[in-house]
Design a binder for this molecule. Structure first.
Ligand code: SF4
Ligand code: SF4
Length: 351
């Protein structure tokens, strides 16, 4: 049992965090089998070869390699070729232990139990941990079809331009909707990039796709009313989620947990021309994920303080009453992923 407690402590030391809880211990027991957890508890987030990990755990290299390969195949460890040999590292909770094992798929009973445990853990402990990150880990990208033509658009604001910088793209099923099953929105819209894409594809958790196919995924997500959210930095995407407000852990920080700044808003916000509104209610009932619109006698009203700038309300408004405009006082995202992690770590330490 002490190996599971030790592993919880190691994963909890990652900047993403993993608060101690009984539910989390049970999750670890499902993900890491007896005989494997001794190895996992001898690891950290640095890539190491099987011999070194085996030495740290007191297990011979061949035996260690066999277990490490099995764990990587199930998506509970990261594996990457370094020179001639594979190297392995622990994964944080997000992106990692929450998503990857579900992308691979497991038996229905285990999936149901993982769904219950992750939900309980998120609601009691993990949501607060995620929301404590400053700046937020993820940010909203506006729907491409909603971007105004007359305003200067910066490259980091356009998700397909960001994707064009990545060398590899992989498509997987959304783990949030796979587990929560609270809606019928599309599952095959979860994108990973570069190293994560290659790892997930090699291990059967995702499939590599072209940039053109990824653009089609983006369009499909916008039609379905899903919010693009991804790594909060200006340089590169690690992954891109297409989120619904009822299942997705990062969007639920706002919609279910009351952390309005749990996700970084996009650099845009909606603008309503009430004169043009015919009160059809589409924006309220079908599009806005955060309840920014409210019913009115002649026209709906818009609370811009709630708007996360997803743009989903724009394309389906039948009269063009809604547009996107630049958000006043918008703070650009950190320059790259290292800057994001450093800022989060520094701000958590200062609390
Ligand atoms: S979708 Fe457009 S027209 Fe319909 S209620 Fe909303 S703002 Fe008004
Ligand atoms: S009002 Fe709602 S749907 Fe429209 S951009 Fe803002 S958050 Fe998105």
């Amino acid at each position: 049992m002490h190996h599971y407690h030790k592993l919880q402590g190691i994963i909890g030391a990652h900047p993403v965090g993993a608060p101690k809880s009984e539910e989390y211990l049970e999750i670890l027991k499902i993900l890491f089998r007896p005989g494997e957890v001794e190895l996992a508890a001898a690891m950290d987030f640095k890539l190491r070869k099987a011999g070194e990990i085996g030495d740290r755990a007191g297990i011979d290299a061949d035996h260690a390699r066999e277990h490490l390969e099995e764990m990587a195949d199930r998506g509970v460890l990261l594996a990457k070729r370094v020179g001639e040999e594979m190297a392995y590292a622990l994964l944080p909770n997000y992106p990692g232990l929450f998503e990857y094992p579900v992308m691979k798929g497991t038996d229905p009973a285990t999936e149901r139990r993982l769904a219950e445990l992750w939900h309980a853990y998120y609601m009691k402990d993990m949501a607060a941990e995620l929301a404590s990150a400053s700046p937020p880990w993820n940010r909203v990208f506006p729907a491409e079809e909603a971007l105004p033509e007359e305003i200067e658009i910066l490259p980091y604001e356009v998700v397909t331009r960001m994707m064009a910088k990545n060398e590899a793209i992989a498509l997987a099923n959304c783990p949030c909707r796979t587990l929560a099953k609270n809606c019928e929105k599309p599952l095959d819209v979860c994108l990973a990039f570069d190293g994560a894409a290659r790892f997930l594809a090699e291990r059967g958790m995702a499939r590599l796709i072209t940039l053109e196919e990824a653009r089609e995924v983006i369009a499909k997500a916008e039609t379905a009313g899903l919010v693009h959210t991804g790594s909060n930095n200006a340089e590169r995407l690690l992954f891109l989620c297409n989120c619904c407000p009822c299942c997705c852990h990062f969007l639920m920080l706002i919609t279910r947990k009351g952390y309005p700044d749990g996700l970084a808003k996009s650099s845009y916000r909606a603008r309503l021309d009430a004169e043009e509104c015919i009160n059809c209610g589409i924006c309220i009932e079908e599009r806005c994920p955060v309840g920014a619109f409210a019913e009115g006698d002649e026209a709906v009203s818009l609370d811009v303080s709630k708007c996360i700038g997803c743009g989903l309300c724009v394309s389906t408004c039948p009269t063009g009453a809604i547009t996107l405009e630049k958000r006043d006082g918008y703070q650009p995202p950190p320059a790259d992923i290292n800057a994001l992690v450093q800022q989060v770590v520094r701000n958590k330490a200062a609390k």
